[in-house]
Design a protein around this ligand. Structure first.
Ligand code: CP
Length: 308
């Protein structure tokens, strides 16, 4: 694997290697001085053309913890606002001898486009409705840390399936790792392809929730509705939101995930987001570890310095 653009090109061995490497970096995360020299002398460019809190900050922290040199560019503060094309932007930065681009973009396919204009490694940090592979990897890491394995787990992804790049990357990754996936969402938010990774879809959350090990709530992507009718908050919450009465019907050991940012009171209630079953902040913590692992492995690090 040269780039990390999607999860469909990752084998179970690839995923296991990334998760195991992330686990080794968890020791770094616990140190008083959270740094290893693993990517000293490497240069990483964070190109965030769409807003981000978790992904951008965790990539930046991961780069610092690996001792890489980095620079962060946003769409609004670059010459993109003067009309410079993506190709010219990438070739300009590439001419400064960088090793890796991390890219978040509104337009699906942008990371592929970047690969055409640089020999540097490219990591997709979320492209439109397409994919968000490091999100899927941090989700797998969080779930595996909780249960000790991924195979055979029953995982429901609930909510706005069709606008979700989290769904697009997590479903194939879960399937590759042997989990059983069920998709739950309003009929208007379901995936149009009836053969989508061979995964069943239903609109009835109450019929499946008691059988799941992981209930993964998806954000309603209000910014991607593109003129479609936006459901009322109250009605959505009544039919597809995770409230305490539904949580009380979950298996005793079952956990709750959400990629963030949350629409509290819509897809997930505030008391549920903060309850003991919630792994939402564990997911955020895993984001730094998994991104350290992905950058380290893709840049060919040989000694991750954890034991140094
Ligand atoms: N989950 C996620 O990608 O969050 P951000 O948009 O804040 O990066």
């Amino acid at each position: 694997v040269k780039h990390l653009i999607d999860t469909t090109s990752l084998t179970a061995d690839d995923i296991t290697q990334i998760l195991d490497t992330a686990r080794s970096f968890s020791e770094v995360n616990k140190r008083a001085i959270k740094k290893v020299p693993a990517l000293r002398g490497r240069t990483i460019v964070n190109l965030f053309l769409e807003p981000s809190t978790r992904t951008k900050s965790s990539f930046e922290l991961a780069e610092k913890r690996l001792s890489a040199d980095s620079l962060s560019m946003g769409g609004a503060t670059s010459s993109v606002v003067k009309g410079e094309s993506l190709a010219d932007t990438i070739e300009t930065i590439d001419a400064m001898s960088v090793d890796m681009f991390i890219c978040r973009a509104k337009l699906a396919g942008t990371p592929h486009k970047i690969c055409e204009h640089t020999d540097a490694v490219v990591i997709n940090a979320g492209d439109g409705k397409h994919q968000h592979p490091t999100q899927a990897l941090l989700d797998l890491y969080t779930i595996r840390e909780n249960f000790g394995h991924l195979d055979g787990l029953k995982v429901a992804l609930v909510g706005d399936l069709s606008h979700s790049r989290v769904c697009g990357s997590l479903v194939p990754a879960l399937k590759t790792m042997g989990a059983e996936v069920t998709l739950v969402g309003p009929p208007t938010f379901q995936i149009a392809d009836p053969d989508y990774f061979g995964v069943p879809q239903t609109s009835d959350l109450d019929s499946v929730i008691a059988d799941m090990d992981v209930v993964y709530m998806l954000r309603v992507q209000l910014e991607r509705m593109e003129g479609a009718a936006i459901p009322s908050r109250r009605e959505y919450n009544r039919l597809w939101g995770l409230d305490m009465s539904r949580v009380d019907r979950m298996r005793p050991e079952a956990i709750i995930c959400h990629p963030g940012p949350m629409n509290r009171g819509m897809e997930i209630n505030a008391d549920v987001a903060d309850c003991a079953r919630s792994r939402i902040l564990a997911q955020v913590n895993a984001g730094v570890l998994v991104r350290m692992a992905a950058m380290y492995l893709l840049l060919g690090g040989e000694n991750n310095g954890v034991s140094a």
